[in-house]
Design a protein around this ligand. Sequence first.
Ligand SMILES: Nc1ncnc2c1ncn2[C@@H]1O[C@H](COP(=O)(O)OP(=O)(O)OP(=O)(O)O)[C@@H](O)[C@H]1O
Ligand SMILES: [Mg+2]
Length: 450
Amino acid sequence: MSQQPFHILVVEDEPDQRSLICQMLTANNYVVSEADSVEQAILLLKKSVPDLIFSDWKLGQLTGMDLLTYVRREHAELGFIIATAYGTITHAVDAMQAGADDYLSKPYQRQSLFMAIDKVAKSLKLKQHNRRLASELSQQQELVGLVGKAPCMQKVYTRVQRVSATDATVLIGGESGTGKELAARALYQLSQRHHKPFVAINCGAIPESLAESELFGAEKGAFTGATIQKIGKLEAANGGTIFLDEIGDLPLLQQTKLLRFLQEGVISRLGQNGEIKLDVRVIAATHRDLPTEVAEGRFREDLYYRLNVVPIHMPPLRERQEDIGRLVEHFLKLHSSQYKVALPKLTPMTLKQLLDHSWPGNVRELANRIERFVLLGDEDEMVDELACQPKPLNTSQFSLPEQGLEWEVFEKDCLEQAMDKHQGNRTKAAKFLGLSYKAFLYRLEKYQLV
Ligand SMILES: Nc1ncnc2c1ncn2[C@@H]1O[C@H](COP(=O)(O)OP(=O)(O)OP(=O)(O)O)[C@@H](O)[C@H]1O
Ligand SMILES: [Mg+2]
């Protein structure tokens, strides 16, 4: 129970009964007020709201149900216990359906009354606690290294916190540089497994021929060059958490083995006859759209469903522009302390350009720019680069002409205009069109513009 005294309003029209209940409750340190009718109870509620109402069913012309209806409309959080007449189970059902927290059928033992009150008090306390947590979360500016206050980040925080308490498999999606790995680490840090291993593996970075032994291990002599027994990443993570980064890039053969692990909790090392039972929590991430990968036959559908138990979507920076200022500040502090240099200041103009930029590379791009700025202190360079970066056109800004267009003429014209705009500077023109230098040069050559 809370530190403050717990206040109960007793509503009972039978005076002896009412005074008996009130005495019992007062003797047990509850603060008690009393009413002999629904009307009087409502008048009292207008003056002060208790923590809980204990009401009789039959109260003159009206019933405890009328009071309950009023209370649920006006004071949704108030505890409510109703006493129903002996044998009237339908009353109890009706009351619970109308939102009573508990009921007692008459005649009831003193002990039952206290138990019911205690139960409701505990559940009220829990509800209050959850509400406090939720409101703290709604203002949360960061979570274990993840910075951001935008509503879409609040959703991420709530989800990360909820699932961190469980062993549920989590699939983190989102564009490149949006903080998928950071979210996976936050989830691990907040979980009960935080003192157990966290093993990360980038499924996109292992050659296909080594993927199996990397993930599942291999017995000595299982393949040429396997001179000693190799423990795979999943086994190394036993008792802890594995982070399967870029899961969308996992070769199909390994997908099958991983599915077996997710379904049965067992693996076999390459070349091993038996199997090993493991207890590993799986967090996976990918920048790919897995349903598309499934549709195109590159990703097993059954594995997708096994992984997608709890999806977490990391929003791109363009959907949370209000966080850019906060992130800039965060990276300025982070990198200046990392390189032990004085915290640099940005002019309002530069800051505005940072805020207006479209950040196709998301937080990673922002972090890199700030890091370079901290090291070089060259604000002009940063501004120049940002100015060269395109803002992606969307279809509302640009619609194709009714009569259609000739693609190659259009493309050539774009290249020429971009070159003109940047006085023949190819690097800047390529950036302006959102192309890599190589891709830009290829096109210049294609149209003989070099
Ligand atoms: N919300 C954030 N707050 C602070 N730093 C962030 C945030 N999101 C990302 N970062 C930083 O941006 C960089 C990229 O983050 P991370 O590696 O987690 O992204 P990712 O989604 O896994 O990218 P990729 O798909 O390219 O692997 C890291 O330096 C990370 O610390
Ligand atoms: Mg990543």
